[in-house]
Design a protein around this ligand. Structure first.
Ligand code: FES
Length: 102
């Protein structure tokens, strides 16, 4: 069952940046790219738990601020030679508001 929760206005999330949503058990980074697409991914790099929310968005990926792994924002998977995966969550934008399904 879906459990959509309003988390922010789209304009509260900086383009090419993110906003962190805290749940009881983890932090989720919600990113916005240059096309105003949003992605929600656990704020933890599959390499050494770097804070992906502090990384820079390029298209549909984010570069980890610690050791520059690139993580696909759609799948949560590391790209290129690196291997690993972090959780992704459904997210949608309606009427300028961002909803996350936890
Ligand atoms: S912790 Fe993200 S690349 Fe190392």
């Amino acid at each position: 069952m879906s459990n959509w929760i309003e988390i922010a206005a789209l304009n509260d999330i900086p383009q090419l940046g993110s906003r962190v949503v805290k749940t009881d058990t983890m932090k989720i980074a919600v990113f916005r790219n240059s096309n105003d697409e949003v992605f929600a991914i656990k704020d933890e790099c599959p390499h050494k738990q770097g804070p992906l929310s502090e990384g820079i968005v390029h298209g549909t990926s984010v570069t980890c601020p610690l050791h520059n792994w690139k993580i696909d924002l759609k799948s949560g998977e590391a790209m290129g030679p690196d291997e690993g995966c972090t959780n992704v969550f459904p997210v949608k934008v309606e009427d300028g508001k961002v909803y996350l399904d936890l």
